[in-house]
Design a binder for this molecule. Structure first.
Ligand SMILES: [Fe+2]
Ligand SMILES: [Fe+2]
Length: 357
């Protein structure tokens, strides 16, 4: 750590101590300084600040990579293995769900879970599943793919919540089977590209009750049945099918709700393009705390943000850069390194992340 005069500060230096003026936190320790944050310090007439001896690593590795992060992920042998396992898991899920729905075959949760867990195990780091899934987005949006995605998200989410192995297994199964009721709803409505009529929307909403009915008589964990029934309930009572509030909603259904919405919004749908994860995070940060259990939502957002560190993004001002710092106060506004400059989106409020590239 060293003390540096404000006039000698450079983009890429890392603050070693919180900067406080008049009892107010101006910039936190750990922030990578940008032109904008240096200007901010000047406005507060700060004379000297403590910075780390080393510049930000992202700054020093100034050699621009030829490939985008997304291209590097897609070219990696790990992605190819993941995609293979993912495809197999989707096929297995389609077969076993249809066996249950159409042929009344016994439902063996362990059997259904094993391809999902194999897909997870094919990854060196569990966090990579988000990068992998992000790159599968042009895949398609069939119910089975969505269910598998939600199961994978629930699996990692459970670990972030420090769940036991058994709880993690249940949460993963909840994600896998949450939309099983959609299989008995007319495909034309599920895949309709135009806006749904009121009646059609009411039909779709029934997938919750239909899913519960399909699972009701099986000897499986009660949370799996509840998650199928209650994953569209919201803590403020604005959900369906019953408009339940807070504590009346099964905690596993609350976990599935967050994973479900995250996957649905970041996936390409027949009626709209995929939303950028940062737009989704920003929406969750907005009205999310009323609708979703804050215990679960805050853990989800904090961890999911970290999975995007070092991803390349395109900003609304046309510039491209790499995420180098996550701002804990504003999870949707990280610091981006663009060439030799750093843009702190929590300070430069007129700029936002448009897409991960
Ligand atoms: Fe659903
Ligand atoms: Fe869903």
């Amino acid at each position: 750590m060293k003390q540096v005069s404000i006039n000698d500060l450079k983009s890429g230096m890392v603050l070693a101590k919180d900067v406080i003026a008049d009892g107010q936190l101006i910039i936190s320790k750990g922030v990578v300084l940008s032109e904008a944050s240096i200007d901010k310090l000047k406005k507060y007439v700060i004379l000297r600040v403590a910075v780390e001896e080393e510049m930000s690593q992202a700054f020093t590795s100034s050699v621009e990579k030829d490939l985008s992060y997304s291209e590097r992920v897609k070219n990696s042998p790990e992605f190819k293995k993941f995609k293979e396992n993912f495809d197999d898991a989707v096929d297995a899920l389609e077969t076993s769900m249809n066996d249950v729905v159409e042929k009344n075959k016994p439902l063996d949760v362990d059997d259904m879970l094993s391809p999902v867990l194999e897909t997870m195990e094919s990854l060196e780091s569990r966090i990579e599943v988000f990068a992998m899934m992000q790159n599968m987005r042009d895949y398609d949006d069939a119910t089975y793919v969505h269910c598998l995605n939600v199961a994978l998200i629930c699996n990692i989410f459970s670990r972030w919540l420090d769940f036991s192995n058994e709880e993690t297994r249940i949460a993963t199964a909840c994600g896998l089977l949450h939309d099983i009721g959609k299989i008995v709803i007319e495909k034309d409505i599920i895949q309709k590209p135009e806006k749904l009529s009121v009646n059609e929307y009411e039909m779709i909403k029934k997938h919750t009750i239909k899913g519960y009915d399909l699972l009701r008589d099986y000897h499986i964990d009660i949370h799996i049945k509840n998650a199928a029934l209650l994953h569209h309930e919201r803590c403020d009572g604005s959900g369906y099918p019953y408009g339940l509030k807070g504590d009346l909603i099964d905690p596993y259904a609350k976990i599935v709700a967050i994973a479900d919405v995250y996957d649905a919004m970041t996936a390409t749908r027949v009626y709209r393009d995929a939303m950028c994860p940062f737009t989704v995070i920003s929406e969750f940060e907005g009205e999310g705390l009323q609708k979703y259990d804050p215990r679960f939502l805050l853990t989800f957002l904090k961890n999911i943000e970290n999975t995007f560190l070092q991803n390349r993004v395109r900003l609304s001002n046309g510039k491209e850069g790499e995420i180098v710092f996550i701002n804990k106060e504003h999870l949707d506004k990280p610091t981006i390194r663009c060439g030799m400059d750093f843009i702190d989106l929590s300070i430069q409020k007129d700029v936002h992340i448009e897409a991960i590239i």
